[in-house]
Design a protein around this ligand. Structure first.
Ligand code: C5P
Length: 319
């Protein structure tokens, strides 16, 4: 590892995409409180940016800007700060500090893994900034300790997630899918959505199963928008709608647009994702969804996109 004085002279910038689950099959609650999953993750082109500047006083400081950042605590409860501390505890030394600046495009508490993206981006930024030698496998292990979605955010593309979502197998990425995202007026808490899932299961209103049918998987990986649309599935959609009934209106409005082939709640919600036949129908759907009373904002994106991009910046290059 280089001496800290040199580490301090570098800034590192990581751009990291959001995720959606184009299939999310949820099994019963396990003894550890998590649910067994089979999920197909897809990285999509909404990005958070993490900038890290090394400091020699051991302090880990965070400032945030952009989408929903005013509602996030920047103290040690923040997942990005926890990521930097975890990496330093395991692979660094206590003198290593970092100034983190995160600019957010990924909606907060929206089911698109914004917090997880920031944690994954921070791990990568701090590895560079502190000049640590950490293998991808070690990083994936740290990521899994931070949260079930964090490992996927280190990879990007398409991947099958099993276990609680942290065991990953990269999947081929055929074709470019055009998505429209309808952001909701408030967030949903992931643990709360899983709890409602358990309650609905107890009432017999749904049957937990983490089985992903192989023909469904083939459709999702075909890259053909029609086949992907037919295979979209999210077992957390029912509990999310139960907790946030207005989302049914958002889904219905999106699905009624010409050229919208399918739609679903992203992860534990409440963002809704609509798969469109092509870029022009996505543009038209985005414009008309923006006028819906249940929609706070609309974003367009495409997927799958590559995982994080890490850039080393000399101080002199910084604005
Ligand atoms: O792993 P992560 O911190 O993202 O999980 C947040 C919460 O979501 C967990 O505390 C748990 O309540 C729920 N969860 C779950 N089963 C999973 C993933 C998450 O029950 N596979």
């Amino acid at each position: 590892m280089m001496p800290m004085t040199e580490a301090q002279s570098w800034r590192v910038r990581v751009r990291i995409p959001a995720k959606i689950n184009i299939a999310l099959c949820v099994g019963p609650r396990r003894a550890d409180g998590f649910h067994e999953l089979s999920t197909v993750f897809q990285a999509v082109s909404l990005y958070d940016q993490v900038q890290a500047t090394g400091r020699a006083d051991g302090r880990i400081e965070l400032t945030m800007s952009g989408e929903g950042s005013e509602r996030l605590a920047c103290d040690r409860t923040n997942l990005a700060v926890r990521a930097a501390r975890l990496l330093r505890d395991r692979h660094g030394n206590p003198r290593q500090g970092v100034e983190l600046r995160i600019d957010k495009q990924i909606p907060m508490a929206g089911g698109m893994a914004g917090g997880s993206a920031d944690a994954a981006g921070t791990l990568l930024a701090c590895v560079e900034c502190w000049r640590l030698e950490v293998s991808l496998d070690e990083l994936l292990g740290l990521a899994a300790e931070l949260g079930s979605d964090v490992p996927f955010l280190l990879l990007g593309g398409n991947a099958l997630g099993t276990g609680r979502g942290e065991r990953l197998r990269a999947l081929p990425a055929a074709g470019r899918l055009e998505w429209v995202f309808a952001l909701a007026g408030r967030g949903l808490s992931t643990p709360q959505v899983y709890r409602r899932f358990d309650e609905l299961a107890e009432l017999g209103e749904l049957t937990p199963s983490s089985q992903l049918a192989s023909d469904g998987l083939a459709g999702l990986l075909s890259g053909e928008p029609d086949r992907v649309a037919a295979a979209l599935r999210n077992d957390l959609q029912a509990p999310a709608l139960d907790l946030y009934p207005e989302l049914a209106g958002t889904l219905a409005a999106g699905l009624a647009r010409p050229g919208v082939l399918g739609g679903l709640v992203c992860g534990s919600g409440p963002t809704c994702a609509f798969l469109c036949a092509d870029a022009s129908s996505a543009g038209a759907a985005a414009a008309s969804l923006a006028g819906e009373p249940t929609v706070r904002a609309v974003r367009r994106g495409h997927g799958p996109v590559a995982g994080p991009e890490v850039a080393r910046l000399a101080r002199a290059e910084e604005s």
